[in-house]
Design a protein around this ligand. Structure first.
Ligand SMILES: [Zn+2]
Ligand SMILES: [Zn+2]
Length: 335
């Protein structure tokens, strides 16, 4: 079917050294049950940064990163009836699961030991085309255009799972630690539900962004907000933040950590977690999370803050993400 351009990672290296290589490769063929997708936009996520820099290692190289993919269906593999050619769909981090293990059967396919992730086990969306399983692509809300839809697919969906894992209830006051791609979508869901939100971030620019999106309070992580919170969600991969989140948490509250990678959590006194405070991590997403969140995102409708890059600037986008130069979400836009 001809060739296409794709960004490939041969070996992990620091983002500022341009680790991705743009290559001409064959357009992939969809297997039975798969679809060929023409990529329109692809979000640039911290997980991509962890992949290119080697904090997490895919099972094979080279690999094409990218797991927040907005695309149209270009061709169908054998037996595909769930989607049509020309339909706009999104791909998330969850590329495939076994469907048979205890986790898959209990609605915890995000924990499937045989789960495959887009742009990690399989080539992702930093390319003109990719293949995906028809059962693992999702229709996107019509109210949101391609570039603004990309952040919904990882930052949004996993942020939504973080709200679920933290068991946020109506009336809860919720603290967000870190205010990047995921948190700026989570705050909109929380405000829609009527929750009070406090935002902890070092960056004055992001504190301002948080206030614009309805934060009741925004300040430096070491500042005292003058109140305790019912839930705290952590979006910064820094272990010491866990202490700070537990310090502002009321007894019986929950801290949920949204990170695939985190620096070690320093030793802590038992008092920090005593009185039934809970500490949970969030791993991956389920298809139900994606369906529920995308439906909600269309209903709000959610506003995503994006920093678009021509897709030929994938290395620049990753380097900018590394140094915290992105407000909202970096998105690669195809030509
Ligand atoms: Zn991601
Ligand atoms: Zn499974």
């Amino acid at each position: 079917m001809g060739t296409m351009k794709a960004w490939r990672l041969y070996q992990p290296r620091p983002a500022e050294t341009s680790p991705l290589v743009l290559e001409e490769v064959p357009v992939p063929e969809p297997e039975p049950g798969q679809v060929l997708l023409k990529v329109h936009a692809c979000g640039v996520c911290h997980t991509d940064l962890h992949t290119v820099e080697g904090e997490i290692r895919p099972p094979r190289y080279p690999i094409t990163p990218g797991h927040q993919v907005v695309a149209t269906v270009e061709a169908l593999g054998l037996g595909v009836t769930q989607v049509q050619v020309g339909q706009r769909v999104g791909v998330t981090w969850l590329y495939h699961t076994c469907g048979q293990c205890d986790f898959c059967r209990r609605g915890l396919e995000n924990l499937c030991p045989r789960a495959q992730f887009a742009g990690f086990h399989a080539d992702g969306g930093y390319a003109e085309y990719m293949v995906a399983w028809a059962d693992y692509v999702f229709p996107l809300p019509e109210a949101v255009d391609d570039v603004h839809a990309a952040p919904l697919l990882c930052a949004g969906v996993i942020g939504y799972r973080t709200l679920r894992v933290a068991e946020v209830q109506s009336g809860d006051t919720v603290a967000l630690f870190g205010f990047g791609a995921s948190a700026h979508l989570v705050i909109q869901v929380l405000r829609y539900w009527g929750n009070r939100v406090l935002v902890f971030t070092r960056s004055p620019k992001r504190q301002e962004h948080a206030r614009q999106l309805g934060a009741a309070w925004a300040g430096h992580p070491q500042e005292d907000p003058g109140e305790r919170v019912d839930r705290a969600l952590i979006f910064a991969p820094a272990g010491e933040i866990v202490h700070r989140a537990l310090q502002v948490l009321r007894p019986g509250g929950t801290v949920a950590i949204n990170a695939i990678y985190m620096t070690p959590i320093p030793e802590m006194p038992y008092d920090l977690i005593y009185q039934e405070r809970g500490l949970r991590s969030v791993a991956n997403v389920t298809r139900q999370d994606a369906r529920d969140f995308l439906e909600l995102a269309g209903r709000l409708p959610i506003q995503t803050t994006v920093q678009p890059y021509n897709w030929r600037q994938a290395n620049e986008a990753l380097a900018d993400l590394k140094v915290g130069r992105i407000v909202g979400q970096a998105v690669l836009v195809m030509e």
